[in-house]
Write a protein that binds this ligand. Sequence first.
Ligand SMILES: Cc1ncc(COP(=O)(O)O)c(C=O)c1O
Length: 391
Amino acid sequence: MQTNFEMQHRWNQALQNNYGSPSLTLVKGDGARVWDIEGREYLDFLAGIATNILGHAHPKIVEAIAAQAKLLGHVSNLYSHPTAIELAEKLKSFTGQERAKTFFCNSGAEANEAALKLSRLTGRNRVISTQGSFHGRTMGALSMTGQIAKRKPFKPLLKSVDFIAFNNLKAAKRAINKRVAMVIVEPIQGENGVVVPDLGYLKYLRELTAKHGVLLALDCVQTGMGRTGQWFGYENEEIIPDIVTLAKGLGGGLPLGAMIAIGESADLFSPGSHGSTFGGSPIACAASLAAISVIEDQNILPRIKELELTLKLEISKSPLVDQVRGSGLLLGITLKLPVAKTLVTQLQERGLLVNATSDIVIRIAPPLIITDQQVSHFVEVFREVAATHER
Ligand SMILES: Cc1ncc(COP(=O)(O)O)c(C=O)c1O
C-alpha cells in the first residue's frame, strides 16, 4: 500500500511548490465523505472549497457526465451544442431578467477576466474593487484582488484598478463616479475569512453605480449555486447587477465558469471580443445541469438556511469560538485564540476536513447534501477538539 507520506514525496518531486506540500492524498469520495490513499475516511466540510456542491460522485452527475461523454465530448466554438444553450437559459431564468446572456469559461479567474474585458467595452477603463477581496490569480483578476501579499510579487499589475474599504459606504461614495467602468465585489468575502457586509451595502453600491452609469459586477464564484441558500449570494439584497460571475459549484465538480451579463451589458461583446476553447464544454455543462436539477427536484435550498442556523448555534457554544459568521453553508468560525492552523490539523486527525483562512478563522463549506447526522458529528468533534485549547 502506498502512504500519504510517499505520495507527498512524489508530489514534491514532480509538482511545483505553489500549493505547498499537501500531506493528504485523496483517492475516493462518496457524498460528503472522502478517503485517503491509506484508506482513512474523512467528512469533507470543505467540498473542494465550496466546489463539490453535491459532494463527491453524486450518481446523477456521474450519469450525466458519462452519457454526455459517450454522445459528444467537445465541440469548438464554431458550433453550438444543446447543453450550453440549456444551461445559459437556466442561468438566465435564475437572474429573473429578460435580457441576460452568458459567456462560459473554465474557472472563477477567467469569469472575472471576462467581466474586466467586458467593462472596457463601455469606453471607460477604471475599475473599483475592495480591500481584502479575492477575484483570482490571472493577471487581470489579480489586478482586481485586494490582498497585498498575493499581488506584491507580481507587480506591475493593471494601474486602472482602485481599492476601497469593504462595507464602507463613504468610501464607495467617494470613489464611484462617471469615469469608472465597473465596480466588482463579492457578496461575502470568502477567501478573506467569510466577511459579510451589512445588509444594504450591495444595494447602496447598486444605487451609486446606477447613478453614474457604472457596471456593478457581483463575484458569486464562492457564494453562487445555492451555497447561501439562494442561487446567487446577493439575492438577500433584491438588486439586479449588470454582471454575475460564477465558477466553483457551477460545474458540480467539473471545471466550469460563467460571466452573465444582464441588461444593456448583455450585448457588449461582439464576435472576436473574447473566447475560450474549453469554456462551456458539453460535459461540464451536462454536469452542471444535472447538479441544478437535483437541487431543484429535491428542493434543497430551503434546508440550507436551517443548517446555517443549527451550525451557528451549536458551534458558538464552544468557548474557544468568538463568532460564527457567513450565510448558508459558507461559514467562518472566528476563534478567540490564534490556533486555527493547529485546529485544522487536529480536526484532520479526527477525520474532519476544514481550512484556515488565517490564524483566527476556520472556514467550513460542506456540500449541500450534508445530512443532519453528519452536521451533529461535525459539531461534536469540533467542540471536543476546540476544548483542548480552552484554558
Ligand atoms: C470569490 C472568488 N472569485 C474568484 C475565485 C477564483 O476562482 P478560480 O480558482 O476558479 O480561478 C475564487 C476562488 O477562490 C473566489 O473565491
